[in-house]
Each structure stands twice: as C-alpha cells, then as structure tokens.
Write a protein that binds this ligand. Structure first.
Ligand code: NAG
Length: 636
C-alpha cells in the first residue's frame, strides 16, 4: 500500500480539489504481509496496542466498508487498537467520521466529540455533513461558530464553501455576510470555490449587485462561477442579463445541465419561445445524451413551453421523456391548467395517479384546482380539494384555498366562499380577498359588503395594503363613484402606496420589447401610435365602445376622460406586433398584470379584424384569441 493511494482516497471526497492531508497522514511503511481479504478481523492480541500495521489494516477495511454496522465494528476495533488522542490515529478517526457523516449524522457527532484535537479536516467533515443534510443545515453554521470560538484550529478554504452553502439554503444573509467578513480577514478571497459560494449565497438572498461584484472581479472563472451568476440573475427575474451572460459564457465553456436549466427558465420568464426552442435545438444538436434524457432539464422544457404559450410542444416533450418524476407531472398539469385545458389537465392527473402510480404532492393539487378554477368546474373543485385532504393527507396551503375561494366566488357562491375563508386555519392573503372583492364587484353584491371587506383587510394587512386600495377603487369605479375613487387615490399618495405598473412584452426575432402603459420610449413609437389610431378607427367602425369599469390602474381611471385607456401596455405590444411580424404569424404577448375587461374585448375584436392569432399570458393564465373569441370563453 502506497501513500499515494491514500491521497487518491481522500481526493474523491472533496469534490472541489485535492486536499493536502500530509499533516494527518503519517503512515509511511509498507503494508503488513497479511491483509484479510474478507470482512473478518483476527482478534489479534498483539494488535491491541497502537501500531502502524493495524492502522493500515483498519484503513484498508474502512475503504471496503459498506454500511454502518461494518463501520461500527471497525470503529470498535479502532478504539481497541489505538486511543483517540493518538495523533497517528487521527486520520483513521477522520475516515470513520467521514463515513458515518454520510450515513448517520448523530453517530458522526459522537465520533467527532471523541476526537481530542480535531484538525480542520475533521471540522470540515462534520460541517459539510450538516450543510448537506436536509434538515440540519443551521448546525453547519453553529459548528463553524464553535470552531471559531474554540480558536484552536482556524477554518480553511474548504470550510467556507460548506458554511456559505448552508447560509444560502437558509437565506441567512446576515450570517452569510459575517462569514464573508471572516474569510476576508483570514485571506481566503483568492479561492475560486469560495467566490463561487459567495455568488451563490448573494444570488439566493436577492443581492444580485453583490454577486455581480464578486463575479466581475474574479480573475479566473469556472463553469460553476458562470452557472452561479446566471442562476442568480434568473432567480431575481433579470432574464435578459442571464441570457447575455450565457452568450458570453459560451465562448469559453461548454454549458452543462445546470446552465441549461437556468437558460430555459430565463426563456420561460421572458416568454421567449423562439429563444427557448433555440436552446432546445442547441441541446439536441450537441447530442448531449446525458442532458437530453435528464429529468430536471426536461421538466424545465415542459414548464418553458407551457409558459411560452405552446402547451402542444410541452406535451410532446413530456410524452417523449424517458423518465419522469412528480415534478414532470406537476409541470404538465400546471401548464395545461394555465391554458384553460381543464379536461386534459384532469386526465393527466388521472393517468399520473392511477396508471403510473405517482403520489401527488401539494403542487399537483395547485395545478388540479387551478384547472378547475380556470374553467369554473365547481363540483370538481370541491371534489379534488376534499381528495387532497382525506386521501393524500395534504394540508391545504394558501394557494389551494385561493383556488377554491376564487372558484366559488366567481360562480357566485359568495356565501360558501366566505364560509371557507372564515374556517381557514391560516390568515387569508390579499389574493383571496381580491377574489372575493372581484366577485362582489361582478355580482354587484353592493358597495357596502365590499367596503366592509376592504376595511377588514386594511386592519389586518398593516403595511402592505396597496392591493386593497386598488381593489376598493375598482369597486367604486364599477359603481361609478368617481369621487371615492379620487379619495382612494389621494389616500394612496398620502400614504406613499405605489402600485406595480402594467407592463407587456413581445418577442420579435429573439429580442424582447417591453412596453409600459402609455409608453413613448420605444424607437418606433410614432409608427406604433399610428397603428393604434387605425385600430381605434376600425374598432369604432364595428361599434366598439370602451368600457372603463374594470380598468385596473387608478391613474388610467382618472385619465378616462382623456381616453388613456387605449394605451394599456398590451395594446402597445399588440400594435407593435402587427407592425413588425409577418402576416399569419401569431402575436405572443406577456403581461405582468391581469388583462382588463376592455382589453380582453378589444383583443378579441382585433383577432377577427386583422385575422391574426393573439396569445396573451397575463398574471394568472393564458388567453388564445382567434376569430373574435378567446380560449378562456370569457371566464377568467
Ligand atoms: C474573489 O473575489 C474577490 C472579490 O470579492 C476578488 O478580489 C478575488 O480576486 C476573487 N478571487 C478569485 C480567485 O476569484
């Protein structure tokens, strides 16, 4: 047995880079003449005292060790053959610790506590085990603190990636920044792995600027660095930046599965169908077999195609997947629900559960209930809600309640919806109140009920109440009580409440163009407004009268007299689409808010007048407009 083989053995378990274990490795002799091949240890009394022969034999056995029960035997022999404070035995114990840290973390803890003077390698082993555990990540940070407090061994560059990973997982930005300060103090910023972990931490915690700063100052970057920064951008919705970085990365590195997942998510976020298809083609052309069949990558594709408006391609990808997991089914069901394909979504659910025997999770039911909701299937909605609780023992979350409340409220069953809300064990959120208020508006349930509801929300909401003001202004607007709308507007200004502005985007030739309501910043603004004027004339000629009761933006309500309503962001995007796309090409629009009633009507008319297919993804779902009607059948 050679010393090198020990290096080999150690190398595998730090996935970052070879670790210098010379300080703990003291075995330099040739192997003992007799090494038992099978898992039998001669109860050799001579080996009772510490000696190098039994050390190397035990190491060899450790190397072949298959499970915890074998490990416990070896551990027992080690305890007899040596003492824990014998420096020669430290390596042996660190191996035992390593093995048990993968299989039984509590056992590893006890081994750790027995080691008298652990070196950084031993500390790192346990910190890493905690960082990788599913439920005890915070103990990685605590153990790191203990290491610093004891101050006998200082953390090294291998300690930091693990601690930072735990911080990232726990969104522990405050702790993460302290760890960052510490590692700077100790001079570990010259390590690529440490920097990659920092990018990941800041990206996960929403500090993209910090992540970018580190990325930009890195003299050398690895694939992991690029993946970390691209992932950070995607997480924070900076999809354009993510794709730009991806372009730069390609000049230097071959993207891997992680890169592709981020890129596909960016395409999904942008609704950039052609870009997503390009990424797909790229993957297929390179014939990266391990990626083509990768479940996670394919799940991203299913999700991306659905979000980019093409559930048909999503379905093809799904059907061709060599292997599927619960998330594959979830992506497909959620996607179909989003497109209002309730029947298909429920069929997939049936196939998933009955034929393929997958156990649905909480997200599956968000999809199933969403499908019922988008089609107004009240009795089915109730049925699946009950099934989730009784059959699958899944506790309903806000999203599930939200779906059912919305479904009931929109079907006019306001009393049942209210009862459900009052029986909820969790605090209803503004989405649920909005459903109820919406329903009240539509059913003309009376301004009083709505006001009462709104005042209740305002009491419980505290700071984040912008949604309620907007809702209430809509109630007043539909009752045409403009004075009260003005009052709300003033209240919002006084309290500094702002509202997310409406924004629509359209992708033309791989470039995404964004429009805000009343936007005049696009280089082709003049032509766009000319198209809008033509549209207005043609709409008037077919007898369209603008309806402002549902306008979601207060500012636009106030400007109603100035006909600002036609400038809702999706109108600008549609006009730009008509201007730029070849005839016959469908117009795909992505809007961050819900489509208002008037825009919905107008889009239907435009699809007929211009004989063009228009696919709009709003905050909640997809609308496919064709020949003057919409796939949502005016139920949304
Ligand atoms: C790590 O990032 C710091 C900036 O935080 C930079 O100064 C350092 O050069 C980077 N080191 C490596 C090896 O990337």
């Amino acid at each position: 047995m050679k010393v090198e083989s020990f290096f080999g053995l150690v190398n595998i378990w730090y996935d970052s880079e070879p670790v210098n274990v010379a300080m703990v490795l003291t075995i330099t002799r040739s192997p003992p003449p007799h090494i038992p091949s099978a898992f039998t240890i001669n109860n050799n009394r001579n080996g009772y005292s510490a000696n190098h022969h039994s050390h190397s034999r035990l190491l060899l056995l450790l190397n072949e060790c298959a499970d915890m029960s074998q490990l416990k035997q070896i551990h027992a022999h080690t305890l007899r053959a040596t003492t824990t404070h014998n420096p020669h035995a430290l390596f042996l114990y660190s191996r035992i610790l390593h093995f048990s840290s993968l299989a039984d973390i509590d056992y590893a803890c006890r081994v750790f506590d027995q080691i008298e003077s652990p070196n950084s390698f031993v500390w790192n082993t346990l910190i890493r085990a905690y960082a990788r555990s599913s439920e005890r990540k915070e103990e990685a940070i605590l153990l790191y603190c203990r290491m610093l407090e004891e101050g006998i061994v200082m953390p090294d560059k291998h300690t930091y990636p693990f601690v930072l990973k735990a911080c990232a997982y726990l969104f522990a930005l405050f702790e993460g920044r302290q760890v960052h300060a510490q590692l700077l103090k100790l001079g570990y910023e010259s390590d690529v792995y440490v920097n990659n972990s920092l990018i990941h931490l800041y990206g996960t915690c929403g500090c993209l600027d910090l992540a970018q700063k580190i990325f930009e100052t890195m003299p050398e970057r690895s694939v992991v660095s690029w993946n970390a920064i691209i992932d950070a951008c995607v997480r924070l919705g900076e999809f354009d930046t993510a794709l730009k970085l991806f372009g730069e990365m390609q000049n230097m590195f071959e993207p891997d599965g992680y890169t592709m997942q981020s890129v596909i998510r960016a395409c999904a976020g942008l609704g950039a169908l052609s870009l997503g298809m390009w990424a797909h083609a790229c993957l297929l052309r390179k014939c990266r077999a391990e990626m083509v069949g990768d479940v996670l990558v394919n799940n991203c594709f299913v999700d991306m195609y659905c979000k980019c408006g093409s559930w048909e391609i999503a379905q093809q990808v799904f059907e061709r997947m060599p292997k599927r997991d619960v998330n594959s089914w979830n992506s497909m069901i959620l996607g179909l629900a989003m497109h209002g394909k309730a029947k298909a979504a429920l069929e997939y659910f049936d196939r998933m559960v009955r034929t393929e025997r997958f156990v649905p999770d909480s997200i599956t039911f968000v999809g199933v209930l969403g499908a019922c909701n988008h089609r107004g299937l009240v009795s089915e909605g109730r049925h699946y809600f009950d099934m989730m609780i009784t059959e699958y023992k899944i506790e309903p979350q806000l999203q599930h309640y939200g779906c059912l409340v919305d479904l009931l409220a929109r079907a006019g069953l306001i009393d049942e919806a209210l009862k459900l809300v009052s029986d909820m064990p969790i605090k209803p959120d503004v989405v649920i109140w909005r459903s109820l208020l919406d329903a009240c508006c539509k059913k003309n349930a009376g301004v009083e009920l709505s006001e009462e509801m709104a005042s209740q929300i305002l009491e419980s909401e505290g700071e984040d109440s912008s949604g309620v003001y907007v809702l209430l202004s809509r109630v007043y607007a539909s009752a045409r009580r403009w004075d009260d709308v003005g009052l709300i507007r003033k209240l919002m200004t006084d309290k500094g409440v702002t509202k997310e502005p409406g924004c629509s985007s359209i992708e033309i030739d791989g470039t995404s163009h964004e429009f805000l309501a009343g936007d005049t910043s696009h280089p082709q603004t003049k032509q766009i407004y000319q198209v809008l004027d033509v549209i207005k004339e043609r709409l008037e000629s077919v007898g369209h009268v603008p309806d402002v009761s549902q306008a979601p933006l207060i500012d636009e309500l106030i400007d109603e007299k100035h006909h600002a309503l036609r400038l809702h962001s999706e109108r600008l995007a549609i006009a730009f689409g008509l201007l730029s796309l070849k005839p016959g090409m469908p117009i795909r629009i992505f809007k961050n808010l819900r489509v208002c009633d008037d825009c919905h009507k107008v889009t239907k008319l435009i699809s007929r007048i211009y004989n063009v297919e228009i696919i709009v993804r709003d905050r909640a779902r997809f609308h496919h407009f064709k020949d003057g009607s919409c796939s949502c059948m005016d139920y949304w």
